[in-house]
Ligand binder design. Structure first.
Ligand code: HEM
Length: 424
């Protein structure tokens, strides 16, 4: 791979030809935005031979593809980013249901599966969890500086903990399982979406089996002894509507979908947003002086540095997109993070501005039939976390000169740590 900059001078972009593009290049993992800007300058559609994916970088083209669930499939579950060895596949086939997850379903099957989830995802449910989100935020902020020496890791002590605690409460999973679920969930994401070696993949098999086994056991417990949580409500709704036809593998898939979709997405978004705010000191100070800007700030955090920088679709038929012939069966890599900064949608999209008024057309939560089911919960969490953070620690500062590193994952982006202290 070339590291020469033959790319219109996009400093920080390691590629000179889109054919070479992969999301694993260290410069891209560190900062994808120069590459995304360069890809946009080449046009909405490019082809990566290295990945065998079509790269879609313009906002309107991404959105049109997301809206077109007739001709593009969401079935990407088994399209792991690295090839799994046969023994890993065999082992996992014994625990993973041979039925697609919600996000991998198309058409009527998807609409049916989404039904029970949607019915239980109501404003009343958000009100039910609101007090817990506030309590959890306060408890995590109490121990933000527990690392000693007046310093604390904002990721380890807050952004990576608060969302999973909220999710456990939401789904009816005991809080003492939090650390275990956090590790299982990261392992699952890395196996499906990361760039692991065969040895690392083999090491991930047992934790993944344990994760599924625990989820099955928890569903049995919630069925036998329902609580007032969301998952108990989904199970009860299904049993009431179709008592003869509860598909327990699908209930398992619902729980797994939510445990995965509702955790790293929100943790990473909060981590990215805090990094943005603490490295744009004027914006942080403006927000602390005017806390009513919290909601606008969350919108800009969602646009400027999404935690889900890419998503996928597969062409069901031959397509013509922006002059490119894309044969049936082709894989499309939708660069959501690029769409959010597209020059045609947002003025000076590379700059982080909590008072901008033209940033709301982001594709962070996708669009169309699969539009993120948890976006209202995510926004409630992000608003509450930020509001509590600003009220409590306006003097928060990042350790001088600190540059974060990031997990190597094609579909998740968030800092591994953010060391902070209180300034004067
Ligand atoms: C900032 C946080 C979040 C971001 C950036 C995010 C982003 C996304 C994206 C990009 C999709 C893909 C949709 C597609 O295939 O077109 C999605 C789907 C989904 N999200 Fe979120 N999400 C977030 C938080 C949450 C939360 C908190 C939950 C629930 C607890 C959740 C539940 C779901 C579910 C169930 C789906 C699948 C929807 C379907 O396929 O019909 N998400 N999300």
């Amino acid at each position: 791979m070339s590291t020469q900059l033959d790319n219109g001078g996009a400093s920080g972009c390691p590629f000179s030809d889109p054919k070479e593009f992969t999301p694993w290049a260290p410069e891209f993992v560190e900062n994808p935005y120069p590459t995304l800007k360069w890809l946009r300058s080449l046009g909405p559609v490019a082809y990566s031979e290295a990945m065998d994916y079509w790269l879609i970088s313009h906002h309107d083209t991404i959105k049109a593809i997301l809206m077109d669930s007739e001709r593009l499939s969401s079935k990407t579950m088994l399209m792991t980013m690295t090839k799994w060895p046969e023994d890993v596949k065999r082992e996992l086939a014994t625990v993973i249901p041979d039925r697609p997850m919600l996000k991998d379903l198309d058409g009527e099957a998807h609409a049916q599966a989404r039904r029970f989830l949607r019915f239980a995802f109501t404003p009343r449910r958000l009100e039910w969890i609101r007090g817990d989100i506030e309590r959890i935020a306060d408890e995590c902020l109490d121990s933000l500086f527990s690392d000693g020496d007046g310093e604390g890791d904002l990721v380890r002590n807050f952004t990576d903990i608060a969302p999973i605690r909220v999710l456990m409460k939401f789904l009816g999973i005991p809080d003492d399982m939090r650390e275990q679920i956090r590790m299982w969930s990261h392992n699952r994401e890395d196996m499906l979406q990361g760039n692991l070696t065969e040895e690392e993949l083999r090491a991930g098999v047992q934790p993944l089996k344990d994760y599924y086994a625990y989820a099955r056991q928890r569903i049995e417990e919630l069925e036998a002894n329902p609580g007032d949580d969301y998952m108990s409500e989904v199970i009860q709704l299904w049993k009431e509507e179709q008592p003869e036809n509860v598909v327990w593998d699908d209930v398992l898939n619902i729980l797994m979908s939510l445990m995965n979709a509702g955790h790293a997405t929100t943790s990473d978004l909060m981590g990215n947003g805090m990094w943005a705010l603490l490295t744009h000191r004027d914006q942080w100070e403006k927000l602390c002086a005017e806390p009513k800007l919290v909601a606008d700030t969350v919108e800009e955090m969602l646009r400027w540095e999404t935690s889900v920088p890419a998503w996928r679709r597969v062409a069901l038929v031959d397509l013509e997109i922006e002059g490119h012939r894309i044969p049936a069966g082709s894989k499309l890599f939708l660069l959501l993070a690029s769409g959010n900064r597209d020059e045609s949608k947002v003025t000076d999209g590379e700059s982080f501005d909590i008072e901008r008024t033209d940033g709301r057309q982001y594709v962070t939560f996708s669009a169309g039939a699969h539009y993120c089911l948890g976006q209202s919960l995510a926004k409630l969490e992000l608003n509450t976390f930020l509001q509590r953070m600003v009220a409590r620690y306006p003097q928060l500062e990042l350790r001088q000169g600190f540059v974060p590193d990031y997990r190597v994952n094609a579909f998740h982006r968030g800092p591994n740590s953010l060391p902070v202290k209180l300034g004067s």
